[in-house]
Design a protein around this ligand. Structure first.
Ligand code: HEC
Length: 486
């Protein structure tokens, strides 16, 4: 609670992070990790034909280069920007969790940044020297080597970040010994890496099929072998993806599996969970059938159909990421920090002294008779706003309205008895961290907000930041007077 809180009252903070992160993962997995090694391999296969079929080799090389141009542009723009965007959004939405993660993974991120910069240098060299590399065989061999290094480095950045993502789900023995190694080599690390790697490769193949639908249309002699090879690539990686998925699933802690039904749909669509899983399976099956078709009869595979695998795999990966983020709840860092940014270990302190007393940036260090709504607003900001808005998406008002018998009226008594139990009802919500008085204030605020639909909750970016030094000092004084520890 040492940060002023950014808040988006219509869009919701969760959605901000999710949107940027999911776009990033799609570009990273499909293009950087999966597509680059395939491009390099295709370049090499074309190069091998230079003596026997020079005309074909030249046309082949040209198609692969044009495919790489798309990979180059998208990864260095959308990919790189959303990568930075994750830092921006995560540090705005949950600075405390990012702060904790940096303390544990400083070395990992430092290494990852260096590798990332090298990756950018390599992709520049690889794409920008493509034409000149065609002038001599040695240059072409060097070019292919650069491409290989690029592919390896792309995978390495993912392999490092997955350590941190897996840590957030399951901290393993880190909670006991708090070392970097025990945090990085956590129980979910290898399973997640073994799932993401083949999935990324599958997506790379599917992305290549998409591009071939456009770039190889006019060169049937090249289209046939290229489509066939990209389809084969997709086919070969699919069983590994399936094994990886099963292996990964078997490592997910039971409590998280319990969150799955809400994660796949939302609360309203919980019963659809199994049918949504079926849809995801059917999607993957569809991409396999298309790949099989492309491999066996590339000439007959129409361009429109070649667009489908990447779409279904993107939907699949997008859903997977959403689910992964969701089932981790109520924690942002497993067993260590709740998604509201409050540390599990600090909860007893908040329950004893009040959440407000320990918040640096609030204008109400304690609940008093004449500040209940303002104090309740601050409690909401600290305890609920990372996941709920007041007037927008996943609005807390709507959630409480839905609980009432007529679906409209808020009942303060029911709310007061619900909030302290909410973490037992829905495991993904952290327990309420404050005192009785803060609970009353929170309920008062929600009821006030319900009656004033025009008043949305401004984040620190709009509402400014309050540092109530005097009031903090006075509250400390009071507590000391009462014999408590400041
Ligand atoms: C970690 C994120 C998170 C935090 C923090 C959080 N919630 Fe929730 N809450 C959710 C999600 C997710 C849902 C379900 C939304 C859906 O799928 O419709 C939910 C649902 C609810 C519901 C409806 C539950 C039901 O049984 O009908 C209420 C009421 C609610 N939250 C109140 C609160 C209050 C009050 C706070 C703060 C003290 C809070 N939540 C903090 C994530 C959170």
């Amino acid at each position: 609670m040492d940060f002023p809180l950014f808040h988006l009252d219509f869009f919701g903070n969760r959605l901000l992070i999710a949107t940027i992160a999911i776009v990033h993962v799609l570009v990273n997995h499909a293009l950087a990790v999966g597509f680059l090694p395939l491009v390099v391999l295709l370049e090499y296969l074309g190069f091998r034909k230079r003596r026997t079929e020079p005309a074909l080799a030249a046309a082949w090389d040209d198609v692969v280069r044009r495919m790489m141009r798309v990979g180059f542009i998208v990864t260095t723009t959308v990919g790189a920007m959303t990568g930075v965007g994750i830092w921006l959004s995560a540090s705005l939405v949950n600075p405390a969790s990012l702060g904790s993660l940096i303390r544990v993974f400083y070395g990992a991120w430092f290494t990852e940044w260096i590798i990332f910069i090298l990756e950018v240098v390599f992709i520049m060299i690889y794409f920008l020297t493509w034409r000149t590399a065609g002038e001599s065989e040695t240059a072409k061999v060097r070019h292919i080597r650069f491409g290989t290094a690029l592919a390896v480095f792309s995978w390495l950045t993912m392999a490092i970040i997955v350590g941190i993502l897996a840590f957030m789900m399951d901290t393993g023995s880190w909670t006991a010994d708090k070392t970097f190694i025990s945090g990085f080599v956590n129980p979910l690390y290898l399973p997640q890496l073994l799932f993401r790697t083949p999935l990324a490769m599958m997506m790379g193949g599917a992305f290549a099929l998409l591009l071939l639908a456009f770039f190889a249309r006019r060169t049937p002699a090249v289209r046939r072998p290229l489509v066939s090879f990209a389809a084969l690539w997709l086919l070969v990686w699919t069983p590994m993806g399936a094994v990886g998925a099963a292996y990964y699933y078997s490592f997910i802690p039971d409590a998280m599996v319990g969150n799955l039904p809400t994660a796949v749909g939302t609360m309203a669509f919980m019963d659809w969970h199994s049918s949504l899983l079926t849809v995801m399976l059917v999607a993957v099956l569809l991409s396999v059938i298309i790949a099989l078709w492309g491999y066996l009869a590339p000439r007959r595979l129409p361009g429109v159909v070649m667009v489908l695998p990447i779409i279904v795999l993107m939907v699949f990966l997008g859903s997977f990421e959403r689910i992964r983020e969701f089932i981790r709840k109520p924690y942002v860092v497993g067993d260590y920090m709740y998604a509201n940014g409050l540390r599990v270990a600090d909860y007893p302190l908040y329950r004893r002294d009040g959440l407000l007393a320990h918040a640096t940036y609030v204008d109400t260090p304690a609940v008093t008779a004449d500040n209940t709504v303002a104090a309740g607003r601050n409690v909401f900001m600290l305890a609920c706003s990372r996941c709920h808005t007041v007037q927008g998406i996943n609005s807390v008002i709507t959630k409480f309205r839905d609980q009432s018998s007529d679906g409209r009226t808020l009942d303060p008594v029911a709310m007061k008895s619900y909030i302290p139990k909410m973490h037992n009802v829905w495991f993904y919500m952290p327990p309420f961290p404050g005192t009785e008085a803060e609970l009353d204030a929170l309920v008062e605020f929600i009821i006030h907000a319900d009656r004033h639909p025009g008043e949305s909750l401004p984040g620190a970016q709009d509402g400014g930041v309050a540092v109530a030094h005097e009031e903090v000092a006075r509250a400390d004084e009071n507590r000391r007077g009462e014999g408590g520890t400041p």
